[in-house]
Write a protein that binds this ligand. Structure first.
Ligand SMILES: [Zn+2]
Length: 226
């Protein structure tokens, strides 16, 4: 991944660790430049009076997780949490376009279109719009990650199925993903919730076992230009 410029377009702080944290730690150690961007703040829809402090805690957790993965500080957007469907897609796409123009990524990682979470769906659409392969575009690889408690909770449908074609061997960096996950302790749930530390590790072990390695993160390939 030396020379690669990787942009992660995620809805909420924690999606990046859940979806591709071990891969980011691996690629960073191989020399990739990596920027993580969150479009929504991850707390506003909870309606709590402490939404402001909660958002600040979530941002602090995101910075701690980035440090644990060896990444620079993330970029934070402020689209409304769990209400991204109330925002014109054009506005979200323009926010991603601005990130693409500033960072010139060669690889973009974003959500799977079939996720149950509405913000994940909208962020996927915004990223796809911003990464249209027009002449001169920089994005050569487009990958979609899976997020436990959203991707597997989708409506059963072949069109929404997460069918990975790209498995990243993360046997050497799974520990760093699990350490980064601890920064988001507030977002984790007890086993057997899919967003428990045990389930997150189980998924990585299963994705690895499916392709004959100790641990893996799985992706759907959106586009590869070679
Ligand atoms: Zn999310």
């Amino acid at each position: 991944m030396n020379g690669a410029r990787v942009l992660v377009v995620a809805a909420h702080p924690d999606d990046e660790v859940l979806g591709c944290g071990a891969t980011l730690a691996k690629w960073r150690s191989q020399g990739a430049e990596i920027q993580v961007a969150f479009l929504a703040d991850g707390v506003a829809a909870r309606g709590a009076a402490d939404a402001g402090p909660a958002a600040q805690r979530r941002r602090a957790a995101a910075r701690a997780a980035s440090t644990a993965l060896g990444l620079p500080p993330p970029w934070f957007g402020d689209f409304p949490d769990n209400r991204c469907d109330a925002v014109p897609l054009l506005e979200m796409a323009q926010a991603v376009e601005a990130l693409v123009a500033r960072f010139s990524p060669t690889t973009v990682l974003t959500h799977h279109h079939g996720d149950l979470n509405i913000d994940h769906q909208r962020v996927h659409q915004a990223a796809m719009t911003a990464c249209r392969p027009q002449p001169g575009h920089t994005v050569r690889t487009l990958l979609f990650f899976e997020v436990p408690s959203s991707t597997e909770w989708q409506t059963p449908s072949p069109a929404l199925a997460f069918v990975p074609q790209w498995h990243e061997d993360v046997g050497a960096t799974l520990d760093r993903k699990l350490a980064a996950l601890q920064a988001y302790a507030e977002e984790l749930r007890p086993w057997p919730h899919p967003r428990s530390a045990r389930a997150v590790e189980a998924l990585a072990r299963w994705r690895g076992a499916a392709v004959g390695c100790e641990a893996a993160e799985a992706f759907m390939l959106g586009r590869l230009v070679r």
